[in-house]
Design a protein around this ligand. Structure first.
Ligand SMILES: *[C@@H]1O[C@H](CO)[C@@H](O)[C@H](O)[C@H]1NC(C)=O
Ligand SMILES: *[C@@H]1O[C@H](CO)[C@@H](O)[C@H](O)[C@H]1NC(C)=O
Ligand SMILES: *[C@@H]1O[C@H](CO)[C@@H](O)[C@H](O)[C@H]1NC(C)=O
Ligand SMILES: *[C@@H]1O[C@H](CO)[C@@H](O)[C@H](O)[C@H]1NC(C)=O
Length: 368
C-alpha cells in the first residue's frame, strides 16, 4: 500500500518537525533509555552520595538533605547533586555508595566518591587509586557472584558497557593552598595530579571500560569557605569577589585535564571520553547569579557568622549552632563549599545541554 505523494510529503515534514521538537527539548525530558546505563563514579564531595558516612561513620546531619530527601543521606547538600540529576536523566536510580552496607542496590553501578578525596597522596583512604582498587574488588566479587548464579550482580558485559565517571582534583589544589603552598608550588603539583587521573582511567580501560565522563574542577576561589579563611586579602579578588590565584590554579589544572583527555582519546582509540567544563558553568552561575534568580552568590545558606560569607570553620553546617537560610531562599552555596540543589539543577541542565562537553555527546548516548 503506497502512500500518495502528498501523504509522503506530509509525513516527511511531520518527521522533520518532530525531530526538531525533540532536539530543542531539554535533554532530560527526551531521555528514552530502554536500558539505563550501569554507572561507576569516582570522586570527592562533589559527587559523594553517602560514602563518607558509610565509610567512616562521620555524621552528616540535617539540614543536609532537607529539600529533597527530607533526611540526611550523607550528601553535602540540601538535596540532589549533579550526579543525581544525571542519573535521573537516564532513568536510573541514584547510585549507592560502595561502602553502604544496608539497603544498597548495586545492579545499576556503584559510587566510590568520598568527601575530601584527592588523587595524592596515594594509598590513603579514599584517594583516587584506593577508589579504583575498591572498584577492582567490587568487579571480581560481582563476577564471582554471577558465576555462582546471581542474576542481580553486574556481569562482565555489564562492566564493559558501563559508564565510568570521574570528578576529582579540587581537593588536591584547595588542600595545597590550605597548607600555605604558594601559587607556583601548587601549579608544580598539577602534572602529578593529572597523571593520577590518567592512570585511573587507564586501569579502567584495561579492565574493559570504554565509556568515560570526566568533570573538570570548579572555581573554588569563589567558595565562601575559602573567602572567609583567606581574610588576608593580599590575595587579590577578581571582579566577582573570588580569589584570583585559586581560580587561576583551577584553570591551569583544567587545561591540563582537557589535554590528557585528548591524549587518551588518541591512545585508546575505541574509547569515548567526554570532558565537561564544570568550571565555566559554575563561574557563569556565580558571575551572572541574579540572571539565574540567585542572590549573594558568595554567602553560604547554611553556616555561621552572617555577611559577607556566612562561614565559620568552627561552626559548619549541621552543627547545632549553625544557622540556615529559609527553604526556597535563592542561594547558590549550600554550606560554604558545596552547591545547593537549586544551583545543581541549573548546573545539571547545562551539563546535559552538551554545550560544555568535548566532544558534544549527549549523556543518554550511554543508554543501552
Ligand atoms: C523509566 O523507567 C520506567 C520503569 O522501568 C519506564 O516505565 C519508563 O518508560 C522509563 N522512562 C523513560 C523516559 O525512559
Ligand atoms: C599558614 O599561614 C598562616 C598565616 O601566616 C598561619 O596562621 C597558619 O598557621 C599557616 N598554616 C599552616 C598549615 O602552616
Ligand atoms: C598578610 O599577608 C602578608 C603578605 O603575605 C604578610 O606579610 C602578613 O603577615 C599577613 N598578615 C596576616 C595577619 O596574616
Ligand atoms: C555572564 O553572562 C553573559 C551573557 O550570557 C556571558 O556572555 C558571560 O560570559 C557570563 N559571564 C561569565 C563569567 O560566565
Amino acid at each position: 500500500m503506497a502512500l500518495s505523494a502528498s501523504h509522503r510529503f506530509f509525513f516527511f515534514f511531520f518527521s522533520l518537525a518532530l525531530v526538531s521538537v525533540l532536539l530543542t527539548l531539554p535533554h532530560s525530558v527526551v531521555a528514552q533509555c530502554k536500558n539505563s546505563p550501569v554507572i561507576f563514579n569516582f570522586g570527592d564531595s562533589n559527587s559523594d552520595t553517602g560514602g563518607l558516612v558509610a565509610g567512616l561513620g562521620f555524621p552528616v546531619n540535617l539540614p543536609n538533605g532537607r529539600t529533597f530527601f527530607g533526611r540526611s543521606t550523607g550528601r553535602l547538600c540540601d538535596g540532589r547533586l549533579v550526579i543525581d540529576f544525571l542519573c535521573q536523566s537516564v532513568n536510573t536510580s541514584f547510585l549507592s555508595p560502595y561502602m553502604e552496607s544496608l539497603g544498597s542496590t548495586f545492579s545499576n553501578g556503584a559510587n566510590f566518591a568520598v568527601v575530601g578525596s584527592s588523587t595524592l597522596p596515594k594509598y590513603v583512604p579514599f584517594a583516587l587509586n584506593i577508589q579504583v582498587m575498591q572498584f577492582l574488588h567490587f568487579k571480581s566479587r560481582s563476577l564471582e557472584l554471577v558465576t555462582a548464579g546471581s542474576g542481580k550482580s553486574i556481569s562482565d558485559e555489564g562492566f564493559r558497557g558501563a559508564l565510568y565517571m570521574v570528578d576529582i582534583g579540587q581537593n588536591d589544589l584547595a588542600d595545597s593552598f590550605a597548607k600555605n603552598l604558594s601559587y607556583v608550588q601548587v601549579i608544580k603539583l598539577i602534572p602529578s595530579v593529572l597523571a593520577e587521573i590518567k592512570n585511573a582511567i587507564t586501569v579502567l580501560y584495561n579492565q574493559g571500560g570504554r565509556k568515560f565522563w570526566v568533570h573538570n574542577t570548579g572555581p573554588f576561589g569563589c567558595s565562601p569557605q575559602k573567602l572567609s579563611l583567606v581574610q588576608n586579602h593580599s590575595h587579590n579578588l577578581d571582579t566577582y569577589g573570588c580569589i584570583s590565584s585559586y581560580n587561576a590554579a583551577a584553570k591551569v589544572f583544567n587545561e591540563g585535564l582537557l589535554h590528557i583527555c585528548q591524549e587518551m582519546r588518541s591512545e585508546m582509540k575505541d574509547a569515548t571520553i567526554v570532558h565537561v567544563d564544570i568550571y565555566s558553568i559554575k563561574y557563569d552561575l556565580i558571575a551572572n547569579s541574579s540572571r539565574y534568580g540567585f542572590s549573594s552568590p558568595l554567602s553560604a545558606c547554611c553556616g555561621f557568622g552572617g555577611p559577607p560569607y556566612n562561614y565559620n570553620i568552627k561552626v559548619p553546617c549541621g552543627q547545632p549552632a549553625s544557622q540556615v537560610c529559609n527553604e526556597g531562599s535563592p542561594s547558590i552555596s549550600w554550606d560554604g563549599i558545596h552547591y545547593t540543589e537549586a544551583a545543581n539543577t541549573i548546573i545539571s541542565s547545562k551539563v546535559l545541554s552538551m554545550a560544555y562537553s568535548t566532544p558534544r555527546i549527549a549523556f543518554d548516548f550511554f543508554c543501552g
